[in-house]
Structure formats: structure tokens, C-alpha cells
Design a binder for this molecule. Structure first.
Ligand code: SF4
Ligand code: SF4
Length: 438
């Protein structure tokens, strides 16, 4: 079985610099900045105060409601302040600042494993929230929320995303090659707790070693690895479902409407670590690459590490003009390198002038290439036109809120129309208006 979805684009992969580089651990640095809002939903509430000493893995903020997660200290050290600091999105947000203790061993206390075979859904949801686990593919949706299935829904099919379809990024690839045991065990745990009928993992064919490692680890367990053709944005939930099962998730609907739960491979490993070792999400794999980086790497980085420290560790050359957090298609350019690595940070890409995209915008020539690119079968050029005209009602009727902001349309446009930027801003405006009841 192998497949793909309709439409999409084929940007150059640029994965060769890091796809075979083994995972390395980023050394501890002096200071860490932890935004309270690292997940979609509500920020967590601090439970520590300035001057307090904290241990690595200790809870420093608790969830504020159900769609919110726990935050833990990535190091043993001292809280030096709680206050505004730059989030990678450019906004000032409340953060907990921690100074590392240079004499601490930074050992994480190991806890007794939890018997996952007898875990109830409620206990599992609580465990995942308590471990601070979020979707690690970029969106940082709190994972436990996905496991609290609404009345009338069940997880018939558990789908795991091992596509890593964004150019440059290779950290999920390395995770599957080097820790297939954790990835597969995470799937086994989630499938058991949710009583899933089937488990399927989609991996793009440009990662044959990951496919092999997973298959070897899976052995005779009832988990299917499906190699998929290389195409962007195959990692998007709806595209992945189409590629795996040739089924459409209708516009305005979610995978759960088809009784499908979709997770990322890194979240699976995080769940296995939390269940088997009581390890909270305090560090994550980050691909550091791009022509501005001297020593590209797949690094295990404590959450809260300043981007500047990570880039210094890998060597950043003087030609760098832009640093992107995430992949080049959906990531965000950073306004300051003092921004911290977040739970959702999959990559740090240093770009030189030659590779920064500064397109000159020309008039739309109605070539239809953006329609061809859109895996969601939207009409991007119409949405862009409606966004410019501020025709919010018509945008909604044209399913603008279904746009996953993948940027494939912008990538395909020969006229340099900033389609995804226009749609993203319009979606934000529509949501604000809806919240005001307009
Ligand atoms: S950004 Fe939105 S409109 Fe553009 S291709 Fe992706 S889903 Fe379609
Ligand atoms: S790809 Fe660009 S030029 Fe072509 S129809 Fe879409 S917006 Fe117009």
C-alpha cells in the first residue's frame, strides 16, 4: 500500500545536510525562558515565584482549564523572574525565567513506570496533561484534549504522522531511526487506551531507513507502516488521511468525524517516555540547518533555550540574514534571537540573502497554479481577492477557515501573490468578528 493526496507541491527537499546526522544533546546554558502559553488554548498558571529554586522536571506552571497544559522546569536552577519576554511570534508574553545552577548534575529523577495496559482513559488524559505533552509537529495542540473523545465518537483508526514533509526538517526522521522503540511503544499505549481498531503510520519514501527501523521494531504487532510518495503538505491531517485511506475529510469537518485520531511521531515518543519513566516534556528534537549554519544538526534541546545559544552551538555564519523557527513553508521568521525554543519548535533555519524569498508581486494572471497546489481543494486566488476586499462573509462561505495555512499556494504562484498571508490575516479577522457575535 502506498499513496498520496490530490494536488500539493514538490519543493526541493534540502534534507541532505542533516538526514543522516545522529541526534546530539545540546549542552545546558545559563538561562532559560519559558512562555506560559506554549500550546494552543489557555496559558498555564505559574506555581513558582522569583527566587525559588527548582529541580529539572519540576512543575513550574499548572494548566488553566482543560485546553491548557502543565509546564516543567527544563533545568535545576533558580527562578529569576516572571514577566514579559519576546515569544517567537514577536509578541511580548508572560514567561518564567530560570537561571541554571552550574553545579547541578541535571539528573532527572526516574519514576516508576505506569502500567499502561490497565490505564483508564481518564487517568491517561490526566497523565498526558500532567506531562505537558503537546502536538510536536508545530501546532502545539494539547495532546490530552485529543484523547478525551466527545460523546458518540470513538477512535476506530489511530493514525501516526511520520511524513515530515517540510523541506530541511529531519528531526522526526532521526527519531524514527534512532528511537523506533519509543515511537512504536507510544502508538501501542495510545491504541490500547483508546481501544483503537487499527494503527497506521504514514512515512514518506525519502526515509527508507526510518521505514525499515519501524518495521523491524513493530515485528508482528498489529501496526501498519505505509510508505507515501514525497509531497507537501502530506503531514497535514486531512492530506494524510486521504493518502492513507483514500478518504476525504469533508470541508468544515475534523478527522474525528470519521472516528480517526491523528498524532505526530514525536508525541508518541513523548508519551512513551512519560508512561515508562515519568519524564515530562522538557526537551525536544530540533533540526538546525540552512546555508547560514556551519554545523547542521539534529539537536535534543531543553525547552526554553534561547535560539541564539542553539545557533552559537552549531555555528552561525555572518551571511545569515533571516532565522526561521519551524520549516520554510509554515515556520515563522524570528524578530529576535532571544526568543526561546518552544515545545512546538521543530526547526531553526538560518537563511542567507540568496535563499530568502523576496518575491516581487505582480498581478494575478489567473493561471490556476494555486488551485492545483491546494490539497484542501480551496480556491486560493479567490480567497486572496476576497481578503483584500475585506469580504469576510464570502470568504467564510468559500471555506476560508478550512485553510491550513500550508503555503503551498504561495509557493506555486508565479506572480508572487502573498496568498497565504492574506488568508491568514483574514481568518484572524473573521474569528475576532465571530467572537464578537458579528
Ligand atoms: S495555504 Fe490554504 S489555500 Fe493555500 S494551499 Fe494551503 S490550504 Fe490551500
Ligand atoms: S497562482 Fe497566482 S497568478 Fe496563478 S491564479 Fe493563483 S494567485 Fe493568480
Amino acid at each position: 500500500m502506498s499513496g498520496s493526496f490530490a494536488h500539493g507541491v514538490h519543493p526541493a527537499e534540502h534534507k541532505e545536510a542533516t538526514e543522516h546526522r545522529p541526534i546530539e544533546r545540546m549542552p545546558f546554558v545559563d538561562r532559560y525562558t519559558l512562555p506560559l502559553g506554549q500550546n494552543l488554548g489557555k496559558p498555564s498558571n505559574p506555581v513558582v515565584t522569583a527566587g525559588e529554586t527548582v529541580a529539572r522536571g519540576q512543575i513550574i506552571a499548572r494548566p488553566d482549564g482543560f485546553v491548557s497544559t502543565t509546564l516543567h522546569s527544563p533545568v535545576t536552577g533558580r527562578v529569576v523572574g516572571i514577566g514579559p519576554h519576546y515569544h517567537p511570534n514577536g509578541q511580548l508574553v508572560d514567561c518564567i525565567e530560570i537561571e541554571a545552577d552550574p553545579y547541578a548534575t541535571q539528573q532527572l529523577v526516574r519514576r516508576e513506570p505506569v502500567d499502561w495496559r490497565v490505564l483508564s482513559v481518564d487517568s491517561f488524559v490526566e497523565l498526558v496533561q500532567h506531562a505537558g505533552i503537546v502536538g510536536m509537529g508545530g501546532a502545539a495542540f494539547p495532546s490530552h484534549v485529543k484523547y478525551r473523545l466527545p460523546e458518540g465518537k470513538r477512535c476506530e483508526r489511530l493514525v501516526i504522522n511520520g511524513c515530515e514533509c517540510e523541506p530541511f526538517l529531519t528531526c522526526d526522521h532521526r527519531l524514527m531511526v534512532e528511537r523506533p522503540d519509543a515511537v512504536v511503544h507510544g502508538m501501542e499505549i495510545v491504541a490500547s487506551v483508546l481501544d483503537a481498531d487499527s494503527v497506521t503510520i504514514g512515512v514518506e519514501m525519502n526515509k527508507p531507513d526510518a521505514i525499515e527501523a519501524l518495521r523491524r521494531e513493530i515485528g508482528d504487532r498489529a501496526i501498519t507502516v505505509v510508505p507515501l510518495h514525497v509531497k507537501y503538505p502530506q503531514g497535514a491531517e486531512k492530506m494524510l488521511i486521504k493518502a492513507l485511506f483514500d478518504e476525504e475529510v469533508p470541508a468544515g469537518k475534523l478527522p474525528l468525524d470519521l472516528n480517526i485520531v491523528v498524532n505526530n511521531v514525536a508525541s508518541m515518543a513523548a508519551i512513551a517516555d512519560a508512561v515508562d519513566h515519568g519524564r515530562p516534556l522538557i526537551e525536544r528534537l530540533v533540526t538546525v540547518a540552512g546555508p547560514g549554519v556551519d554545523r547542521p544538526a539534529n539537536l535534543l534541546v531543553p525547552v526554553g533555550t534561547p535560539v541564539r545559544s542553539v545557533l552559537r552551538h552549531c555555528g552561525i555564519n555572518g551571511e545569515t540574514r533571516q532565522v526561521i523557527m519551524g520549516g520554510p513553508m509554515m515556520g515563522m521568521p524570528l524578530a529576535t534571537l532571544d526568543s526561546p525554543v518552544l515545545k512546538g519548535t521543530s526547526g531553526l533555519l538560518a537563511f542567507t540573502e540568496e535563499v530568502i524569498n523576496h518575491p516581487t508581486e505582480y498581478a494575478c494572471v489567473r493561471c490556476g497554479q494555486c488551485l492545483e497546489a491546494c490539497g484542501n481543494l480551496l480556491n486560493p486566488q479567490r480567497l486572496a481577492r476576497l481578503a483584500r476586499a475585506q469580504r469576510w462573509g464570502e470568504m467564510e462561505e468559500s471555506y476560508a477557515l478550512d485553510c491550513m495555512e500550508c503555503g503551498a499556494c504561495t509557493y506555486a504562484c508565479p506572480s508572487g501573490v502573498p496568498i497565504v498571508h492574506l488568508i491568514r490575516a483574514a481568518k484572524a479577522e473573521i474569528r475576532v468578528r465571530k467572537s464578537r457575535g458579528e
